[in-house]
Design a protein around this ligand. Sequence first.
Ligand code: NAD
Length: 488
Amino acid sequence: MTVTKSDTKLLKNYINGQWVESNSSESLEVPNPATGEILARVPISTKEDLDKAVKAADTAFQKWKHVPVPKRARIMFKFHYLLTEHHEELAKLVVQENGKAFNEAYGEIQRGIECVEFASGAPTHLMGETLSNIAEDIDSEMFRYPLGVVGGITPFNFPMMVPLWMFPLAIVCGNTFILKPSERTPILANRLAELLTEAGLPNGVFNIVHGAHDVVNGLLEHEDIKAISFVGSQPVAKYVYENAALNGKRVQALSGAKNHHIVMPDADIEKAVQNVISSTFGSAGQRCMACSAVVVVGENDQFVEKLRKKADELTIGNGLDDEVLLTPIIRDSHRQKVLGYIEKGIEEGADLIRDGRSEMSELTDGNFLGATIFDYVTPNMTIARDEIFAPVLSILRAEDLSEGLEYIRKSRYGNGATLYTKSAQAVRQFREEADAGMLGINVGVPATMAFFPFSGWKDSFYGDLHVNGKDGINFYTRKKMITSRYDY
Ligand code: NAD
């Protein structure tokens, strides 16, 4: 399914297995960021819309929690098959609504499919623990149970992968789910609901309520919602964490990032340049694992010069065209904010060695911005501190690895960090001292796979249990202990 002009309709919510119109008269356009074409309109649903979904999910939960775990897993197997069958179609939808390059979108669909693969192992993941003879004639057992209705609130930059970090695991654990997709990329979610229905998921187990703040606040306040998974920007993550907790909910809130890549003097320059380029400028820098600050250790002007030259060679354009790496920014309003950051960088004295603003005039339909690079950025500058979430790179200079690690330590964010080196000693120092949750050694995007936990440290994450892996299972279940005496 590709979205064409005739589909510029108002999206519906998906509640209890039905496509339902929102009560709201308010809606937003969903433009293709590369062309400006309006793909659809998304309703800004109300708390009443959400109430209907919560009621349906709560009713469905009463039955779904009793469905045997292997049966739940079998639905995930079928869903996995359908996602694989529709891989290319789903990737094209992501390109249209998000703007990223087709190969990036294809990879994103794959990451989502891997989450379903992991969830399909539910019978193993949900096993409890036992110990006989904890005292004379007494045994202890631990069983896992679902929480109830859980909510997921997701960002625009991964319309497939991020929702799939959440709902497959939540559902196989026996919960029912309400997704509030990003209002900027809401289309793919509806296609996923169709495929889940085709996979045989009972009505009410998975629901979608489109919208913005009202639906989010409704999810945070509703007494029948037991847990919230959130991924998005830092101020909203903190707000969601605090308010969900205030209302007694379990919460995991993944937040913003400023990821540093340290280039040591012994690094393979060609490979480091290639990695930094694709990490920084892929998806127009709109990835939580994107490199946004490079720390060059020593007098390595050769690295900086090669990086600048490579940035000159990048093809900018529509993600559906071949060879394109630099794709549009999600909205012009965000691009305007980014232009403000570029002005700020100049004002604060950084050296603008590549000005991507000059490429904006060539592609006027979409929200494009060319690769922008600042050199001699210092850690206190605004462009070094803030998450810009765009194709804008800051280069900082450091005397040695310890100084580079100090920059990472001082950053309020700690999502990811990478080191380029051949030295085992430097690797060990980096591993022990880098103040971030996901590290890369000669790897540009050190995103973990579905069987490992994914998340950062410091202001990049609020909560305890991360998404995916065993953390994901623990987040979506609660444990019950049985102590039994047999000498009665
Ligand atoms: P965003 O915070 O604007 O939106 C995320 C969600 O929150 C959306 O569903 C949105 O509707 C809702 N929301 C936004 N403002 C709100 C408000 N004031 N009150 C209530 N709800 C609100 O984030 P975005 O721009 O869609 O996504 C980009 C951000 O997400 C970046 O900061 C990026 O680093 C982060 N992100 C983090 C990770 C991670 O793993 N840490 C992964 C992907 C994206």
